[in-house]
Design a binder for this molecule. Structure first.
Ligand code: PLP
Length: 378
């Protein structure tokens, strides 16, 4: 008997510890973690600089509300701004909240309410972010949905152009659809988005909640394209496991989020900010992202060499360390077989197994994982 609402199908594993690319269960079993807490622990478990930053802040001040200034909050915001094309940050506690802020800001700044998102997108579970999500299954039972979203097929430029109305405020998109099956934005679609932004004066909101914070080998995934977002949302890897989210916006949007326009009691509290700062400092070390990118390229090469020939493998695709293996067999079967051998993986739809290792994974660690995957796929 559990005292929890059964909103998640839980594995028969009780996790008690984590270190680097590995997690350990109560019975002492060691698992290689290719889930990273659903794309969260990008820097692995128990990263010393992050643990130390949290301990240090825990001794000083946990919370004081957003009615006060905190140097650490300004520092974290400055670091995020410097890594992006945006100018200001709103801190919150999760991905859905960051998207909620983005939807509200887009409506307020444009005076319009219509937002175009993609089929199979995933933006969160709150009423606004759920309505933005282009998946019927996520909406089921919660109607009526917030009615100002139109969903178009991902990478379909013609459909996107046709969906724009005089009431359209924004286009909201993931650069790689993570939950939706690991689908990668095409260059052509990216340029259509930018064309519409200019011609129709639309805001471009990029949901980097799964793709951001180094996951694809650049700090933000939009950097792989000629994209110029007005709003960027992040969470997951931003706190490496500490609950935190953020919405970044360009300078012309700042006047629309004045005092009282939006808020969050916990958003950007000193504990979260200490962690965010440590994550960003770690990622700002010289060559850090270049090394991640090179490593991810080598990992992808190994995956292709070892797994493309397996009869059940249809496709291997992804960006950096966000990778999907599409199979003729059910992803859950692949995942269950790998779990028995000590490798934890995620699905992304029925036939796609998602690989989300720590960005700091070593070659010999991924070789272990690839041989488990190969045996399962064969
Ligand atoms: N956006 C994307 C792209 C996501 O992958 C997720 C979570 O998986 C969310 C938003 C929602 O984030 P959260 O679960 O932190 O609310």
């Amino acid at each position: 008997m559990s005292y929890l609402f059964p909103t998640y199908t839980k594995k028969e594993i009780q996790l008690t510890q984590g270190k680097g690319s590995y997690v350990y269960s109560q019975d002492g079993t060691c698992y290689q973690d290719f889930m990273s807490g659903i794309a969260v622990t990008n820097l692995g478990h128990g990263h010393p600089a992050i643990v130390q930053a949290l301990h240090k802040q825990a001794d000083l001040l946990w919370h004081g509300s957003n009615l006060f200034h905190y140097e650490i909050q300004e520092q974290a915001a400055k670091m995020l701004v410097e890594k992006s094309v945006c100018d200001a940050v709103f801190f919150c506690n999760s991905g859905a909240e960051a998207n909620e802020a983005a939807i509200k800001l887009a409506r307020k700044a444009s005076g319009k309410s219509h937002i175009i998102t993609m089929n199979q997108s995933f933006h969160g579970r709150t009423l606004g972010s759920m309505a933005a999500t282009g998946q019927e299954a996520v909406h089921q039972g919660y109607g009526p949905m917030l009615d100002s979203f139109t969903y178009v097929p991902f990478n379909d430029s013609e459909a996107l152009e046709l969906a724009v109305q005089p009431e359209t405020a924004a286009i909201m998109i993931e650069v790689v659809q993570g939950e939706g099956g690991v689908h990668i934005l095409s260059e052509q679609f990216a340029s259509t988005i930018m064309k519409l932004k200019k011609e129709k004066n639309l805001l471009v909101i990029i949901d980097e909640i799964q793709t951001g914070i180094g996951r694809t080998g650049t700090f933000f995934a939009y950097e792989h394209y000629q994209l110029d977002p007005d709003v960027i949302t992040v969470a997951k890897g931003l706190g490496n496991g500490f609950p935190v989210g953020a919405m970044l916006g360009k300078s012309n949007l700042i006047e629309h989020f004045q005092a009282g326009a939006h808020g969050s009691t916990f958003g950007g509290n000193p504990l979260a900010m200490a962690v965010v700062k440590a994550v960003l400092e770690t990622m700002s070390q010289p060559q850090f992202l270049q090394e991640i990118k090179d490593k991810a390229d080598r990992f992808n090469d190994t995956l292709r060499q070892e797994l493309l020939a397996c009869a059940s493998v249809k496709d291997i695709r992804g960006s950096g360390f966000l990778i999907g293996i599409e199979t003729t067999v059910l992803a859950q079967e692949v995942i269950d077989a790998c779990e028995k051998k000590g490798l934890l993986l995620l699905p992304a739809g029925k036939h796609v197994t998602r690989l989300l290792p720590s960005l700091l994974i070593e070659e010999q660690e991924w070789n272990e994982a690839v041989s488990i995957l190969k045996a399962a796929l064969n």
